[in-house]
Design a protein. Structure first.
Length: 126
């Protein structure tokens, strides 16, 4: 797997890694069941922090592009090709934007929206 990280790019390193792994899945260079390098190995190969690779792997696992099988390693998920086209942050932005627009049209102030959002997020994480 050829991954090139641009240390000078404005895009975060973990996003670069996520994008390149998703692209490799979409193009067929990575296929369901293929093993990925360990976090430590990939971090060493790319000369980046292992926490950066771990964060990327965790997000890809959340999105069902990768799956971790305990101590056996990390592998391409069986549904990775379909799941690699989903952009959850973009989905969240689109839905939140629509909701904020509706609330503003109803007369809710930005301050009230922030307070309600913060309270909901705090309650959910508690």
């Amino acid at each position: 797997m050829d991954i090139i990280i641009d240390l000078d790019a404005s895009e975060p390193l973990f996003n670069q890694l996520i994008d390149q792994i998703k692209q490799a899945v979409r193009s067929g260079r990575l296929r369901p069941g293929d093993a990925l390098p360990s976090i430590r190995q990939l971090a060493g190969d790319l000369t980046i922090n292992s926490k950066t690779v771990a964060k990327a792997y965790k997000r890809l696992e959340r999105d069902a592009v990768l799956q971790t099988r305990g101590y056996r390693g990390t592998f391409v998920h069986p549904d990775a090709a379909r799941n690699s086209t989903v952009d959850l942050p973009a989905l969240a932005t689109t839905r939140l934007s629509a909701t904020i627009d509706e609330l503003r049209q109803a007369g809710v102030t930005d301050s009230e929206i922030r307070v309600a959002f913060g309270a909901l997020m705090h309650r959910r994480n508690a």
